[in-house]
Write a protein that binds this ligand. Structure first.
Ligand code: DAU
Length: 316
């Protein structure tokens, strides 16, 4: 099988490419990546010289502008990449009749109250809050329409927050880990009560393969690993790993429109496709992620100072 991976130099895409090349000798991979600030060719160094091909049996579409804070500062790249980019890709797979998997986010569903007993399911109505999540919601709707109107063979996954190696230092967990490695303090938005449903990036990418291989065309699958945690819980765990007091963080300016809580019900993925996460211990997954950032300072260091300068300018 020949797979074209869009956004294959980004965080989730690069982990998908490396894992695919390492575990699936029957799959050839080609990466299409705009190499914006969020894409880094060095994330593909371990597999760079492996099989590259020119045409595809499958496209896995990771490419996206993905950071909420950036979408508040300037929404235009989000509309271009997430909406127009997906439209362009849909026209290409329609023309060449290529199977597509579209990677999306649980943020299309908006947010939940902290005490809401429910979680997001495939039938939760779309209700995005930010420029970022509204452009991802738009891209999902385009995919659904191209399936129905043109018979495009596509599936969609909506996943919760990922963590693991090669994630940009602008995101919550890598920002705090690298602050701690520099001897600084974690920076927590608002009161830190917001809840995210964490999943290791390898578990997400295993789900993508399960959907590609066993999913029904036209279907949407939610991906999550029952990993709900408040931001303060995550920061406390990180501080403990570094031998610091759990309260040794700074509260900083909140994000505009900040979603309170995400939570995924992945029953369809688990029961229909037999997927299950391998990283069931957040403590273990996060400790390994800390080790990766400690061992790979050369990868993250170049982006750190300018990322912190941007946050500092916004009081964060
Ligand atoms: O739910 C899936 C989504 O998860 C993906 O679609 C997005 O692409 C991805 O960026 C992520 O969105 P979040 O906005 O939840 O992730 P972020 O890492 O920016 O922030 C996680 C939480 O931590 C959120 O409540 C904001 C908070 N935060 C973030 C940063 C960067 C802080 O408290 N301090 C920080 O320094």
């Amino acid at each position: 099988m020949r797979v074209l991976v869009t956004g294959g130099a980004g965080f989730i895409g690069a982990n998908f490419v490396r894992r695919t090349v390492e575990t699936r000798p029957d799959v050839d991979v080609v990466v299409l990546d705009a190499l914006t600030y969020a894409g880094d060719e060095r994330s593909l160094d371990p597999v760079r010289d492996d099989r590259l091909v020119g045409s595809a049996d499958l496209v896995v579409h990771f490419a996206a502008e993905s950071h909420n804070d950036n979408s508040l500062a300037d929404p235009s790249p989000f509309v271009r990449t997430n909406v127009l980019g997906t439209f362009t890709l849909l026209e290409a797979v329609r023309r060449h009749d290529v199977r597509l998997h579209h990677v999306s986010t649980d943020e299309v569903y908006g947010d939940l109250a902290l005490d809401d007993p429910g979680r997001f399911t495939e039938s939760t109505p779309y209700d995005p809050s930010s420029p970022y999540s509204s452009t991802k919601a738009s891209s999902d709707l385009l995919v659904r329409a191209w399936v129905r109107s043109f018979g495009v063979r596509a599936t969609i996954s909506n996943c919760s927050n990922n963590y693991g190696p090669y994630q940009h230092v602008e995101k919550f967990i890598p920002r705090q880990i690298t602050n701690l490695l520099d001897g600084g303090r974690p920076k927590v938005y608002g009161a830190g009560q917001n809840v995210r449903d964490w999943i290791h990036v390898d578990d997400h990418n295993d789900a993508v393969w399960a959907i590609v291989e066993r999913g029904a065309v036209g279907q949407t699958y939610l991906v999550g690993a029952d990993g709900e945690r408040s931001n303060l819980d995550v920061v406390g765990d990180l501080l403990e790993i570094f031998g610091r007091d759990r309260a040794d963080y700074d509260l900083v300016a909140d994000r505009a429109g900040h979603d309170l809580r995400y939570a995924i019900d992945a029953t369809r993925l688990r029961t229909e496709l037999g997927w299950a996460p391998r990283y069931t211990s957040f403590a273990e997954g996060i400790a390994r992620t800390v080790d990766w950032y400690r061992d790979n300072e050369a990868w993250w260091r170049p982006a750190k100072a300018r990322t912190e300068a941007r946050y500092a300018a916004g009081g964060q």
